[in-house]
Design a protein around this ligand. Sequence first.
Ligand code: NAD
Ligand code: G6P
Ligand code: MN
Length: 444
Amino acid sequence: MSNKKYAVTVAGGGSTFTPGIALMLLEERDRFPIRKIMFYDNDAERQETVAKACEIYLKENAPDIEFGYTTDPETAFTDIDFVLAHIRVGKYAMREKDEKIPLKYGVVGQETCGPGGIAYGMRSIGGVLEILDYMEKYSPNAWMLNYSNPAAIVAEATRRLRPNSKILNICDMPIDLEEKMANMVGLKSRKEMKVGYYGLNHFGWWHKIYDKDGNDLMPAIKEHMAANGFADALSNTNQHVDQSWIETFQKARDVYAVDPSTIPNTYLKYYLFPDYVVEHSNPEYTRANEVMDGREKHVFGMCRDIIAKGTAKGCGFEADAHATYIVDLACAIAENTGERFLLIVPNEGAVENFDRTAMVEIPCIVGSNGYERICQGAIPQFQKGLMEQQVSVEKLAVEAWIEGSYQKLWQALTLSKTVPSARVAKLILDDLIEANKGYWPELK
Ligand code: NAD
Ligand code: G6P
Ligand code: MN
């Protein structure tokens, strides 16, 4: 390991995940030494609550680390090595609309899937590009590790508009599911497994899973999937613990049954069982409401408490153990470790019988010069068919954003497997346009 110490900017400083990430960075300092943590957000007030609490925590626990928070891009992005980006353009107020508007028409209302995901994408593209541009202007050698959603659409937008940027798009869902699968077969960690995986973000399948000695773990994992989905092996992280998540892990049993030769990502339930999802949704109270009443109140409550007391001792702040993959990824770049990650990258033939220009989620080897893809070969007709439809949704949404095209966005919604007809697509789209005034480019 080199003696270098790194400077990190957390973009989306006011995020509910920020304290957990900041504490995790402190815990992992042995392998990823830090000299500076900077928070950046475009909502000064929201960020201040989180940042003041973290400032107190850092003073008490890591006084050697320089800490700051700002809404000024130059201050935020000068002299840094990594940007960890988790912004939510429009915050929970807009997530709620993304989820509730489609449900009004009997269509899946979800943060990243279906019309809600498209709407969120139309808001996120500009926000993520802006941060990437700030980073390149003020710290041209820095890397951005992006997990702002919807990652599929954001990644396609960066492929089209910033093809040479140092950005890695990554999602934590496969990490959690791999932890659960490792649990199923009695391994201590997902890191003891080597996987084959292909798909799009929130739209993929494992087709190979081996242990360190090369033994095939798929048969044992499949037995668990057939019985209880991922619910047999709930891991003890602090993310994905609410009842609605447990139901998603259980529902994976039915998703698995559609193609028992692979293990599905949980998000496929929105595409393969949209009728079930809608029946089990409350159009008056969606996941956004759960998060606002749960995680947001909890995190901001702790922050206010710390600020009021002037100390973080016994405050309840916890490191986000689930998020250590972000440090793994930063280390892979900083220390050239060559570790494997599932990343969202341009296909370029890694999935042999699929669009070369698609942003696919596949295993990659990561080192100081970026990533190298691990070829996944040709994929079966079922997955190929689904992926071709979904990648077209994502590409049309990005084209609609670039061109300001109403027609293309209507086509994107119409093509989504969650939407029954062009008529319903148009009704939802017109409501979404109204709700997203000021966030979306103007569509003609
Ligand atoms: P949050 O609303 O609590 O936090 C997001 C923050 O981003 C807010 O403080 C907001 O003011 C800020 N923001 C919005 N637009 C901005 C912009 N243009 N520039 C700077 N800051 C901006 O949301 P959250 O629930 O904590 O989630 C944050 C993000 O992380 C979301 O995009 C979410 O989908 C994503 N996420 C991704 C994964 C993954 O695996 N990919 C996992 C968890 C969360
Ligand atoms: C998973 C996904 C993320 C998504 C999150 C939503 O971790 O990979 O992309 O943002 O779930 O969680 P929430 O608790 O906000 O519904
Ligand atoms: Mn994700």
